[in-house]
Design a protein around this ligand. Structure first.
Ligand code: ATP
Ligand code: MG
Length: 412
């Protein structure tokens, strides 16, 4: 991509009403556009980051047997009335609207009910199970406060996978398997060291659920952490009884703020009972399907990653998430050689954002730092005679002078 072909421009300032650092940086660097509080559009660079995050999650969900689908945002009220969640006093984040004929609709805040109902058409016998459908979808929630930028949207991206199992044992085995898949997701996103599987409240069908919490000063959750034992406990289940059960004591635990980036939840028959999702087992007996739900927030992750790695100069993307790997800067009268280099880098498999503008070097370097691609490559009149390029890692490494071959050996 050439900067001259990118319609976004970097901005000196974020909108005055934007208080979250992640959104301020992402808006200034041209990754997102703020429509209103908690509602952001994804621009070319931001769309690529979101897609990179989604693709990592997709690969890990497919690896544990996921079937990707896409459910509808428009929801008729009946199925939610059946589960008891249509009432605003039960589920307080609904956006509701009406059809022209007056019947009520909601914009899906989650998808347990419609998917359970849909599965009645496909699950009949034990031979049809287990199943693991999942999707990436925009969810709508009328969140009371939305001051954390992309981390708490009123419309936001969610990956939601649901498990449909025959027995509790089959459910438990999958629950462990997807928990490991979540570890791999956060590892690949560069958050492995700061993300902890955390005991949280379990609802009616399990003692605990598990949240994946990333330590962050701007987190809205409090967790208690034992780093050596790799145990984390959400404050909502931080009781003497739970501490005893987990074999830890208060004085060994660190209190930290964290952001919930994902969760895994045993649903039991919470939805299969009211919506009557049953299967016939090997003995011809009719039984309710055992369910679980497994969420991750790709747009919350984008905000978190932006905020987590940023420095005083701008964004610093981990390689697996960055929209492009290299930011190519040309200085002076080297247009032809810069074009050639742009082609060569791409031919070697390096994705490149090429700053081909007629701008001062200082302005190009400042944008390179704000946008935060992993590597800056500079081709200049001064060094071209020696066959050298300037190579500058964004994450604080020293600038080196390299030949093209040396450069490719490092990043291709
Ligand atoms: P929170 O406690 O932060 O409100 P939640 O318990 O409501 O989260 P779920 O309904 O389980 O979250 O959603 C699954 C995942 O979707 C969460 O783990 C989080 O990563 C993401 N998520 C939830 N709400 C939002 C939001 N308003 N904006 C962005 N991401 C969200
Ligand atoms: Mg919530």
């Amino acid at each position: 991509m050439r900067v001259t072909h990118l319609f976004t421009k970097t901005l000196k300032n974020a909108p005055a009403d934007e208080v979250a650092k992640n959104a301020q940086l992402l808006i200034r660097a041209g990754f997102v556009y703020k429509e209103m509080a908690g509602v952001y559009a994804y621009l070319p660079l931001g769309k690529k980051v979101l897609e990179n995050i989604i693709q990592i999650i997709r690969e890990e969900m497919d690896a544990v047997g996921g079937n990707e689908i896409s459910l509808t945002a428009l929801q008729p009220s009946a199925v939610w009335e059946a589960s008891g969640r249509w009432d605003d006093s039960v589920l307080d984040v609904w956006f509701k609207t009406k059809l022209a004929n007056g019947s009520e609709l909601g914009l899906a805040p989650t998808h347990e009910e419609p998917l359970t109902k849909l599965m009645k058409s496909y699950i009949h016998s034990y031979k049809d199970l287990p199943l693991y459908p999942y999707q990436f979808q925009i969810k709508f929630r009328n969140e009371l406060r939305s001051k954390s930028g992309l981390m708490r949207g009123r419309e936001f991206w969610m990956k939601d996978l649901y498990s449909f199992s025959r027995t509790q044992e089959e459910h438990d085995a999958f629950y462990e398997k997807i928990s490991l898949a979540y570890d791999r997701v956060f590892e690949r996103l560069g958050l492995g060291d700061s993300t902890f599987k955390t005991f949280a409240s379990g609802g009616s069908f399990a003692k605990f659920s598990h949240e994946f919490q990333t330590i962050s000063e701007v987190g809205e959750d409090i967790i208690y952490l034992h780093r050596e034992k790799n145990i984390a406990i959400n404050e909502e289940v931080y009781t003497d009884e739970v501490l005893a059960e987990l074999g830890v004591s208060k004085d060994e635990l660190e209190e930290v703020k964290a952001v919930e980036v994902g969760n895994i939840f045993t649903l039991g028959t919470r939805f299969s009972d009211p919506l009557d999702l049953k299967f016939t087992d090997e003995n011809g007996e009719s039984k309710p399907v055992i369910m679980g739900s497994y969420g991750i927030g790709p747009s919350r992750l984008m905000g978190l990653i932006a905020e987590h790695f940023a420095d005083d100069k701008g964004l610093v993307w981990p390689e697996n998430v960055a929209p492009y790997k290299a930011y190519l800067v040309s200085i002076g009268n080297v247009a032809e050689q810069a074009n050639e280099l742009y082609e060569k880098l791409q031919a070697a498999g390096v994705t490149v954002l090429f700053d081909d503008r007629d701008e001062r070097p200082g302005a190009k370097f400042a944008d390179a730092e704000l946008i935060g691609l992993p590597y800056r490559v500079t081709i200049s009149e001064r060094l071209i005679g020696d066959g050298k390029l300037e190579f500058t890692p964004r994450n604080g490494g020293e600038t080196e002078l390299l030949t093209l071959d040396e450069l490719l050996a490092k990043i291709a």
